[in-house]
Design a protein around this ligand. Structure first.
Ligand code: GLU
Length: 489
């Protein structure tokens, strides 16, 4: 039997930047669509105009593209099922609501806000969860017609059965069943003629031919009601896959409100999109083996819904940082150079330094790109360091012998020509050998003298090369003066 082509959608509400939970939903949906050679659609759910945030739709496009997720149909790419923005579909929903009224699966309700508020307050006072009391269900067709003709404001409500149960099957959560008596007659069409979020979602999934609904598990509880609508219309029910949330801690969901980072925040903090996507993929899904590093095509290959974990996953910044460092190490040197150069430029004059060489030194020492800023600041300026740095037991150095060593080395350094890393290293290591010395007592003072730091990317040879002859000699002399005046005291 030929099965239908898989059609999936990512249906964000443009209420802000794409947070990591949203990105993960998009990613799993995309992976599933690509794996099944199906369609991945982007639909913007903006029926709740109050919650809209300016620029959020563009931010969603941008984030998805940065993550490498492309869509086959959507607002900006078109497709046969458009428009793909709910507010542009506004006229499509009312006829469906009226179809349900005809079938007795929905009804017109004229209840005023005052009546509903009072009923809600009473229910709360009794300690009960408020449910609409089906007050308007008993109105006759004629009365409804007359009141609408007279210009009375109305909504259309779903007529949920009061007895029995409703159920659906979820790929991850299995069979879910609820008592109908717990369900409320929710509004489908609002007084302004626009659909509510829940109704638009169902009508769109059906009219857009969606076969698989992948979304956050917060929708598990509204799905029985969605299913009643599918049944009322006589539509095929899609396959449901509800995905557990991404948590900030075991008890709190990741959320903007608490300042948890969005995808774009992470990118601006110097995390690489590929690394974030790789990490997010494994946050709640596993390939069934020990592999951890995946490109997007490899993820498509390995992905399966069955390996999504039902338990909520906790976002771990340290683990993400580990992934990022791995990605940095694995990338071609030229690519790393390209990415890191703007960060170098924050500290040093990139026109005057061999930044490719500096990038090589940094590539293994950097977990996120901005790390370099603190690590290379000494290249811009010799810091005002403490001469206690010359004291190193293992290298058998102290300020006194360091001063003597630098005094002996200065003419040697002055004679280096050409100023290449090789020439610097062969001159100094030649000296070490000819004098029968160990590396430490020579290289430690030299490195401290030109960097003023206990730990640096690269040793004296690399740093001297990067600084250039004039600056290296200037720093050596400065440091010798510093030692001299301190020792004279
Ligand atoms: N618009 C919903 C949201 O942003 C998605 C609902 C769904 O995927 O069905 O959470």
């Amino acid at each position: 039997m030929m099965s239908k082509q898989v059609r999936t959608r990512f249906a964000p509400s443009p209420t802000g930047f794409l947070h990591l939970g949203g990105l993960r939903s998009a990613l799993y949906t995309w992976l599933f669509a690509r794996k099944e050679k199906g369609v991945f659609m982007l639909r913007i759910e903006d029926t709740d105009q109050q919650r809209l945030v300016e620029g959020a739709t563009e931010a969603i496009y941008r984030s998805l593209r940065l993550a490498g997720l492309d869509w086959d149909e959507g607002p900006d790419v078109g497709g046969d099922y458009g428009p793909y923005i709910q507010s542009q579909r506004r006229d499509m929903y009312a006829p469906y609501a009226w179809e349900l009224v005809e079938k007795g699966e929905a009804y017109v309700c004229f209840c005023t806000k005052e009546r509903l508020d009072a009923a809600r307050a009473e229910a709360e006072a009794r300690g009960e969860t408020y449910k609409y009391d089906k007050h308007c269900l008993s109105l006759s067709k004629e009365e409804v017609k007359a009141r609408i003709a007279a210009g009375e404001s109305y909504v259309i409500r779903q007529n949920v059965p009061t007895e029995g149960t409703s159920s659906f099957d979820d790929v991850l959560f299995g069979h879910i069943e609820v008592e109908n008596s717990t369900l409320d007659d929710t509004v489908l069409l609002k007084a302004d003629g626009l659909p509510t979020y829940n109704f638009a979602n169902v009508v769109d999934d059906h009219t857009m031919g969606i076969t698989h609904v992948l979304r956050g598990s917060e929708y598990l509880s509204s799905t029985p009601k969605y299913n009643l609508l599918y049944k009322a219309f006589g539509w095929d029910i899609p396959v449901y896959v509800h995905m557990p949330p991404v948590m900030a801690t075991p008890t709190r969901k990741l959320s903007k409100r608490y300042g948890d980072p969005t995808f774009e925040d992470l990118l601006s903090k110097g995390y690489l999109a590929d690394a974030v996507v790789n990490y997010i993929a494994l946050l709640g899904w596993n390939p069934g083996d020990e592999r951890e590093m995946f490109t997007l095509p490899e993820l498509v290959e390995a992905f399966s819904l069955e390996h999504i974990n039902k338990a909520p996953a906790v976002f771990d910044m340290q683990k993400l940082t580990w992934f990022n460092a791995e990605y940095i190490r694995a990338m071609p040197a030229e690519r790393f150079h390209e990415l890191i150069r703007p960060y170098f430029a924050q500290v040093i004059d990139v026109e005057k330094m061999d930044t490719l060489r500096l990038a090589q030194l940094m590539q293994t020492r950097c977990e996120v790109l901005p790390d370099v800023v603190d690590k290379i600041d000494f290249l811009a300026q010799l810091p005002d360091y403490d001469i206690a740095l010359y004291t190193n037991k293992r290298q058998k150095t102290n300020p006194e012998n360091s001063f003597a060593m630098l005094t002996a080395l200065l003419p040697l350094v002055e004679s280096i020509d050409p100023w290449t890393e090789e020439a610097i290293s062969s001159k100094i290591s030649g000296y070490i050998q000819s004098q029968g010395l160990k590396n430490g007592p020579v290289l430690w003072p030299l490195r401290i003298a030109v960097s003023g730091k206990e730990s640096t990317p690269g040793g004296f040879y690399e740093i001297a090369y990067l600084l250039g002859r004039d600056e290296t000699l200037r720093r050596l002399r400065l440091s010798m003066e510093k030692l001299h005046s301190a020792l004279a005291k």
